[in-house]
Structures are given as structure tokens and as C-alpha cells.
Design a protein. Sequence first.
Length: 416
Amino acid sequence: MSALLLDMTLGLLLVLILRRPVRRLLGAGPAFTLWLWPPMLAAMAWLPIPAISEYALPPVLVQARQATAAALAASPSSREMGLLLWGTGTALALLRLVVVYVRLRREARPAPAALQAMVAAVAPTLDPRRLRVHPMGPAVLWAPRSLVLLPPDFARDGDRDRERMRMVLAHECTHLRRLDPLWTLLAEILAAVLWFHPLAWLALPRFRLDQELACDERTLRAHGADAPAYARTLLSSAGMDAAPVLIPWLAEPQLKERLTMIRRHRTRTPLRVAGTLGLALAGTGLSLAARTMPPAQPAAGASQDLAFNARVQPHYPKASIANREQGTVMLKILVNPDGSVKQVDYDPKASDTTSGNLIAAASEAAMQWHFIPAMRGGHAIESYARVPVNFSLDRLPTPVSKAEAEKKASEYAKKH
């Protein structure tokens, strides 16, 4: 979970930083492609990390006393409380999404025959079965079959307003062809899941803006719309607040950016296509590299001096016991040629806990451990060892005697 959140945060930061420069250089379409990066990076958290067997050493088990754990069993842990809070917030956010969607669907009415005939004359490619009348139109509403919402007075001026109607409907049809209603719904669901993340709510209105700019750019290019006339149509429209699962023709904060894009709309097709493909491939490469590229490591790994390290076990922090924190802390340990520990790093990708107390306890004990260093050319060298430290609130096993520890160390040395 922590790795997924970290990757998503990195993706959102990259998009928020790059979206404006990419839009100026390549156009609105390629800039909107950047929004694929956060989910792609987050999806990489589910891919397995390449195993490096020569550095994976036996786990160190740290367990709380049974009486202490039993006394705290009835109290919920901070992790459980956090999951409960996150689940409650997500459920409420998704419920709001459903309520808004149901309300919009109920308020929408079938378009009268006169309006259907007028729309058919202006936009013959638009399926009349998609048309609905709603006060929040013109807009596109997500549905299994997305709907185009038009205001009741959309055709009030008849033929005199034909050009305005053509431009608005061309814009809405472009949204349908780009599957923008589906992308909007997915973005709303992702924001609901990340309701606690400030970057998610910072990114959502910028996602909507970039989506509108990309749609404007494609409409102007595909339909040969006159840019000044298109801008006048925007200026004459009344803005409205954006609602979940709804893509309005003009949301309140978007007018200035959209007019600026229309004025600069001159991006050449080869550059735009190359930019879109390049950004998509860059996002894929960045995601794969983050998960599959192994870190630079020595040719051979160090091994534990089990007999010595058995006497220096991590302690189970009282605060972690009280909060019922447990899990595996993966340590990446840099070993000096003399077998002492030079540096201890926490590996969040291979760990299943982010408890600061458990990480500190494991790292503090690891700094006192001793290792059998790797050899190269008959000489001991600096080398790495990866040691999982497993903290568990289960029953404490029978302590290992010094003789048993030395025996296990001898058996391990023979096998390796």
C-alpha cells in the first residue's frame, strides 16, 4: 500500500510540473496524455520485484511476549483504525458520486422531436437517442451509453444561431469519440479513493481543464472550426460549476485557459502525434524502470554471523505493541571488509510495514551485528546483505541456546 501511494504521488507531481511546458511545446492533446502516468506508476507496485537470491539472508524473528500481546488484543491497532478511517472516507466519497449521478439521470428528460430534428440538421453524426434535456447542459454525462445534455432553450434562435449550435455539438461529439466521459468517471473514482491526499484534489480540476483543452484542440482541427468564432461562442456561454461524472461545455474557471489555447492553436500534426506517442512510451518506460531495474550491487553478498547476531536481537518497542504494529522490515545492510556494519537502509518496496518504531528498532540492532564479508581475489571487500526482520505479536518461541545458534551457523555456512 505504501509503495502504491508513493508511486502515485510521484506520478501526480510529475504531471503537475510538466503539463504546462508540454502543452506549450507539443499541444493540448499530448499534455493530456501525461495523466496516464500516475495510474501507470501505481500499477507497477503490483509487479513482482526481481529477486536477488545471493543477498537474501534468513529472517530475524522478533516477537512480543504472549501475556503483553494478549492484554492488548482487544484494543484496535493504529493500522486498523487508519484502514477504517480510509474505508469510511472512500465509501462516503463514492456514495456522493452515486447520488450526484442518480440525480442527474433523474432530472434529464428525453429531447422533444423538434429539438432532435434541429440537432440532426446541425450534427447529423450525433445519435438522437443520446440526447437529453437538462438545465446543466450543454454537457456530456457518463453512462453505459454516454448522454449529451442540452439546455431547454438550446435551439431558441433557430437558424439564426445555427453556427453556435454546430460548434457546441461538435465539441460534445468530440468528447464522446475521445471517451472523455469514461476518463472523467475513472478520475472521480480515483479521487474518491485518494480523498485524504491533497495532490489528488489539486490534480482533479487540472485534469478537467487539460481534458477540455485537448477536446477544443481536436474539435478545431477535425471540424475546421474558425478559431475566432469558436472563441466568441465560448465568451457568449454561461459558465457553470463542474459536477462529478459530468463534463460541461464551459466550467467557470476554464475560460481564460481555453481562450489562450484557441489563440495559440497551431501545433502541427506530426509533432503532436510524435509527442503523444513519446509521452506514453516515456510513462511506460519510467514505470517499468522504477520496478524492474535492480540497484547497483557488488558481485557477491555478505552472510550473517548467526552465532554473534543471535545475542543482539532487536527489541519490540512498547509503543508498537500498544498499537499492535507488526510486519516485516527489510534492511539493506552495507558491510565493511572487517565484517562490521557501515550503513543500514530501510527498503520500503520489500517491507510490509511503515512503522517508524519498528524500523528504528530493527536498524538500531542491525548496526551492532557482524557479518562474514564477501571475498574477491582472496580479499574481503565491501558488500551488501538484505535481512528481513519480522516483528510478530504471536507467541514467543523457545529461546535458542548459544550452542544451537553455533550449530545453525555451521550448517548455514556449509550450505552456502
